[in-house]
Design a protein around this ligand. Structure first.
Ligand SMILES: C[S@@+](CC[C@H](N)C(=O)[O-])C[C@H]1O[C@@H](n2cnc3c(N)ncnc32)[C@H](O)[C@@H]1O
Length: 247
């Protein structure tokens, strides 16, 4: 059986996106779909992937307390869904696009969850990025960002995790990846080529390169969890003896 073609921001539907959208593969809500009341945007991929992602997060997050920071939260649907399942964690969504920050705020208001903080602007292109109010994080989450951004974004994500994760904390990164130089499916290879054709700085990242980055910062790639549709959740952890330098 051949794998289904990737859709929405995951694949060929790029052809239907405005050609002016050069910095972001997707700005949710720009496909003609009207936002829900109060500006809540909907990402079709969320409906396909959130349950599988939760299965990967749950063993670590269930019954944990503390703060979780999400980078590139997009619509905000993942953060409110996961926050509803973890009342002892406070979730801090972030993004850099105004329209996404507004959608996250609207989902937060709509759900009324006390454990979701207001969205904050974090640009992973900034090597010195930090978060508010700051402090050591129980976990960080980044879904479908590393392949639609330059390599520096991955570098800054992992370096930021090394700065901000609490001892015993985890960074979870979801998306499509190469494994040791090889694509894991023909559809991923096609997707990679389409990304690089749109922007030479984008493209699927290799777990081997991300593991090397982690090693340089005092983290390690502790686990690679296969997900449906040729995606993975990569779990990064602090190596023994290394502590966070939080702001
Ligand atoms: C494909 S969307 C994924 C959104 C959301 N995580 C999801 O899975 O529905 C990629 C997101 O990354 C964000 N993004 C792109 N470049 C970024 C950067 N340099 N720093 C932070 N976020 C960025 C975009 O604004 C967008 O919300």
């Amino acid at each position: 059986m051949t794998a289904p073609a990737r859709t929405w921001f995951m694949g060929p539907v790029f052809d239907g996106l405005p050609q002016t959208m050069s910095r972001f593969v997707v700005e949710f809500g720009k496909d003609g779909t009207p936002p829900a009341e109060q500006g809540r945007l909907d990402a079709p991929a969320f409906h396909r992937n959130h349950d599988a992602i939760w299965q990967a997060l749950a063993p670590f997050l269930t019954a944990k307390a503390g703060a979780v920071l999400e980078l590139g939260s997009g619509t905000g649907q993942h953060v409110v869904t996961f926050a509803a399942r973890t009342p002892d964690l406070t979730w801090h969504p972030s993004d850099l696009q105004d329209s996404h920050l507004a959608s996250i705020a609207a989902w937060r208001a709509h759900t009324g969850l006390a454990n979701v903080a207001p969205p904050q602007r974090i640009d992973l292109a900034d090597p010195d990025w930090t978060w508010q109010p700051g402090g050591a994080l129980a976990a960080m989450l980044c879904i479908n960002v590393t392949h639609i951004s330059p390599w520096t974004v991955s570098e800054n994500l992992i370096a930021g995790a090394a700065r901000h994760l609490a001892p015993g904390g985890r960074l979870f990164v979801y998306g499509p990846f190469l494994r040791d130089g090889a694509h894991t499916a023909p559809s991923n290879a096609d997707f990679d080529a389409s990304l690089r054709a749109r922007n030479a700085a984008w493209g699927l990242r290799d777990t081997r390169d991300l593991a090397a980055l982690a090693n340089e910062t005092g983290l390690m790639l502790a686990e690679i969890i296969p997900m449906p549709a040729n995606n993975f959740v990569l779990v990064f952890a602090r190596r023994e003896g290394r502590t966070a330098t939080t702001t």
